[in-house]
Ligand binder design. Sequence first.
Ligand code: C2E
Ligand code: MG
Ligand code: MG
Ligand code: MG
Length: 287
Amino acid sequence: RAKAAGGNRFEFADAEADARAITRHGLTNALPAALERGEFFIEYQPLVHMRDGTVHGAEALVRWSHPQYGVLGPDRFIPLAERTGLIVPLGRWVLEEAVRQARVWQHEHGGAALRINVNLSPTQLHHPGLVADTVAVLEKSGLAPGALCLEVTESALIGADDELLEPLRRLAELGVDIALDDFGTGYSNLANLRRLPVSVLKLDRSFTRGMQQQPADPVDVKIVEGIVALAHSLELAVTVEGVETGAQAAQLRALGCDTAQGWYYARPGAPDRIHTLSLSDAVPTPS
Ligand code: C2E
Ligand code: MG
Ligand code: MG
Ligand code: MG
């Protein structure tokens, strides 16, 4: 009996895995046509200066409006696009659209220095056209290179040799900011940080979860305190992601984090929502 039940369970699990594989397969096949039909769209999530709560910029987060399954998050399709290489044209579309949107914001706010963050996946990093494509997008839009920040995950740079880092170095030389996304989740050889052409550390949500309640988790506080000190000594700015509560925001601000992103400030949303938020250069900076 036990054996039979076990067998059934196995078959059930197997069928479920099959269904998932079929869905994955279907989504993968549908990606190129979806890009052509314009089924992807971008939500923007503000990044806020912790110092005064004003908006520093926004991160572009891609979504797929699937005709059958509804809106799919990037975790559902970015890995598939990575595997097939479609991430290159998709990523180029995201960059172009996000940069265009940043220019629209800047025009609407009389040249306000709003910045735009765009995620890069490992395949894009390896693609030989990365630097030329990025430069072309910036030139076409007229966005200053310093208003663009490319986010690369720590894990994408694990063991990166000079050949892989070269395009990032060139972009950094042009004035583009490079952020190390999800910092702290990969294997972090801290000494290695000096080799990377990054100017921002985006501290992963897992470090700030322990600060959602008061009193905050004392170990998490110590860890963030240490990372902020290290980052600042290397002249890197620190962005914290996943800030969901006021207690967390207050704690992270006290620890010296520079910018923050999270539901406490705003969820990712349509581009026009950025207007409801105050802009950093629209208010006097407190001394
Ligand atoms: P990420 O770059 O680390 O982006 C932050 C993720 O955290 C986003 O998830 C965002 O919606 C979510 N988030 C923001 N604030 C909060 C909060 O307060 N609490 C919680 N629990 N979550 C919060 P999303 O939009 O699902 O994106 C997931 C990942 O997909 C991103 O992680 C990024 O790695 C990737 N991604 C998104 N857009 C693109 C893209 O255009 N290209 C590439 N290559 N990857 C992308
Ligand atoms: Mg990111
Ligand atoms: Mg992140
Ligand atoms: Mg993350």
